[in-house]
Ligand binder design. Structure first.
Ligand code: UDP
Length: 235
């Protein structure tokens, strides 16, 4: 499958059209960004690690009956994915308090929730992806009640499945972000990527961070953390 027109270039990926209108090629870049792109760096190899981590995770989810856009790995930094019409919402699911939730609650990072928390953010860079209540999403008719329910259900399934998968690899799934889209035949599926850029992953043994917080917070050893995640998910 050949890359044709560049359809979209984001902070971490490029999307290319192919001869098949139903599929695209996703190419992962080496850029690392945080805080709405105000902090940036290049990390040689990061695109390859993330592409391969995402491929393993998506293949696992597909195998468990959770619908995703992923079709197959094409090369170290490219994957073949279904072409989607994206839903302008990000679903965030949390098992432990971290990041913006620590700020919002005043509770220390690492505090477990009694049950997973799912929230939605409206995708709009100029507004900094604000948190939207479900009521607001419905009142603005961003999606319907059924669509929202569907996303919540898939989000919960991803959480249960991925949490167990990571647990077997001695990694705690603290939180993660999902994006959704509709395939050309109208099916709602998980799109984008599932990587240490979009999940918080802590090493169970010593609670060391194995995700983008190493970059956000200047903790060092970013490459080592991403490579560690890749080698563990491959097992
Ligand atoms: N996240 C993401 N993209 C975003 C915002 C958040 O992938 O635009 C992920 C983030 O990596 C973390 C989870 O969603 O795994 C929850 O992030 P949080 O709301 O705590 O925001 P942050 O502290 O990252 O600003």
């Amino acid at each position: 499958m050949e890359k044709l027109k560049l359809l979209y270039e984001g902070k971490a990926k490029r999307l290319y059209e192919t001869a098949d209108p139903d599929v695209m090629i996703m190419e992962f870049k080496d850029s690392l960004t945080a805080f709405d792109g105000t902090k940036r760096d290049e990390l040689l190899g990061k695109g390859e690690w993330n592409n391969q981590i995402s491929a393993v995770v998506f293949e696992y989810l597909n195998g468990r009956g959770i619908p995703t856009h992923f079709l197959k790995l094409l090369s170290p930094r490219e994957s073949l994915v279904k072409r989607l019409k994206m839903v302008p919402l990000e679903l965030v699911c949390r098992n432990l308090i971290a990041g913006s939730m620590a700020k919002r609650t005043g509770l220390p990072e690492g505090t477990p929730f009694k049950r997973p928390v799912i929230e939605f953010h409206f995708k709009a860079d100029e507004l900094h992806d604000p948190l939207y209540t479900e009521d607001l999403i419905l009142a603005l008719e961003i999606v319907t009640e059924d669509e929202l329910k569907n996303m919540r259900e898939i989000g919960s399934e991803v959480n249960e499945t991925l949490r167990a998968f990571m647990d077997e690899r001695d990694i705690l799934l603290v939180d993660f972000k999902l994006e959704f889209g509709y395939t050309n035949d109208g099916k709602l599926v998980v799109g984008d990527e599932i990587t240490p850029d979009t999940c918080r992953l802590w090493n169970k043994l010593d609670m060391q961070k194995l995700d983008k917080d190493r970059f956000r917070r200047d903790l060092g050893d970013v490459a080592e953390a991403y490579q560690d995640v890749l080698s563990r998910v491959r097992k």
